[in-house]
Design a protein around this ligand. Structure first.
Ligand code: WQD
Length: 339
């Protein structure tokens, strides 16, 4: 199959490209490199032996996107990662998020419609659930008002896709990620946060390696066993493999509805302190952290009911929390050797 991966030089995108190539699929990447590095293409080639085709332009540019699809109307499926995804930044700069994330999606859907490209896998997020009433959270849980413009762009995107599948031959699968962490075992690719990391795992590894002074734990007064917030962390390779299964499901016409959505988590929730404990165990070093106040917009606890993805996709996350934190640490160590 020929698969377009937008945002394919990014964290989850690059890991998905590697898994697609491992299954023998031809990959073409579009990325504007606004939050990733072109060297990732060489890293992918080091892993798979194949350097993916690459085009560098902004999908929010309608003319350039139209031109791309006219030149590539033999694409079997699209996996759409390209979007801005920093929760805090989206609060400070909502218009940048609505323009980038929504214009890009609409341009892609228009290109699919005009060139009879049928299949779209969309990178969504568990943020659509807000703080779920019931845990674990399943796909039928109500979508709640987004806590941030970032989360809102994911909710709106799902609605735009749903409406488009009803009015066209386009089929779509939205994958609602929980918390992706870790890195490929080769340490050739991994998370490359630009500037100060927003997310927990890169902040932990950068603190441990000495780039950051100390990790701040955002609140220990939640209604959880140790007081810190709980998330469903999932290894990025497990997540990537689910994308390959999803796009193959569509191309092989195994879908049961024109628009399907799946939770991609492990079904296990870990608190911030439990992640720190895992990291200290696998890295064999103490982490310098302090408890501070809660972060605005954080939900208290969320983890996935994975039964639908397990049964329907025949996919189940394999790696445990120690494998995740160890792979993140090995990646950080490798980054330091390249400085
Ligand atoms: C995890 C936990 C923090 C940093 C967000 C997006 C989600 C997805 C993943 C894009 C929370 C705590 C964090 C720190 C901390 N993004 N924390 N100190 O907020 O669950 O999810 O990122 O797809 O859509 O919403 O992830 O890694 O930021 O936080 O204590 O320095 O770690 O409070 O409890 P989050 P996170």
């Amino acid at each position: 199959m020929k698969i377009l991966v937008t945002g394919g030089t990014g964290y989850i995108g690059s890991h998905t490209v590697v898994e697609l190539q491992a299954k023998g699929h031809e990959v073409i990447i579009i990325d504007n490199l606004s939050n990733s590095n072109i060297n990732v293409l060489d890293a992918i080639e080091k892993i798979s032996g194949i350097k993916p085709e690459f085009e560098n332009f902004d999908l929010a540019d309608m003319a350039k996107t139209e031109d791309f699809f006219q030149r590539n109307n033999d694409i079997d499926g699209i996996i759409h990662f390209a979007a801005f995804k920093a929760v805090g930044e989206s609060v400070d700069n909502p218009l940048m998020y609505y323009r980038n994330n929504l214009y890009s999606l609409v341009n892609i859907l228009q290109g699919m419609k005009d060139n009879s490209i049928p299949n779209l896998v969309f990178s969504s997020s568990c943020t659509v659930y807000g703080q779920p009433e019931e845990l674990p959270v399943n796909e039928e849980a109500p979508v709640q008002k987004a806590e941030s413009p970032y989360g809102n762009t994911k909710q709106i995107s799902e609605e735009v896709i749903f409406d488009t599948t009803k009015a066209s031959d386009i089929k779509a699968i939205a994958l609602r990620y929980f918390n992706p962490i870790g890195a490929h075992e080769s340490t050739e690719i991994g998370e490359l946060p630009l500037g100060v990391p927003n997310n927990l795992m890169p902040f932990i590894t950068q603190t441990a390696i000495g780039i950051r002074e100390q990790l701040s734990v955002f609140g220990d007064d939640y209604n959880t066993p140790d007081g810190t917030a709980i998330r469903d962390y999932i290894h990025v390779v497990d997540l990537a493999q689910a994308h390959v299964i999803a796009v193959e499901r569509m191309v092989n016409k195994n879908m049961k509805k024109d628009f399907e959505y799946f939770n991609l988590g492990t079904g296990n929730g870990y608190s911030v302190l439990e992640v720190i404990k895992s990291f200290e165990k696998v890295s064999e070093q103490k982490l310098n952290y302090k408890i501070v106040g809660r972060r605005a917009g954080d939900v208290e606890q969320v983890w996935a009911d994975t039964n639908f993805a397990n049964d329907e996709l025949g996919w189940k996350a394999k790696k445990n929390i120690d494998e995740m934190t160890l792979s993140a640490w090995k990646w950080e160590l490798k980054l330091q050797t390249e400085k």
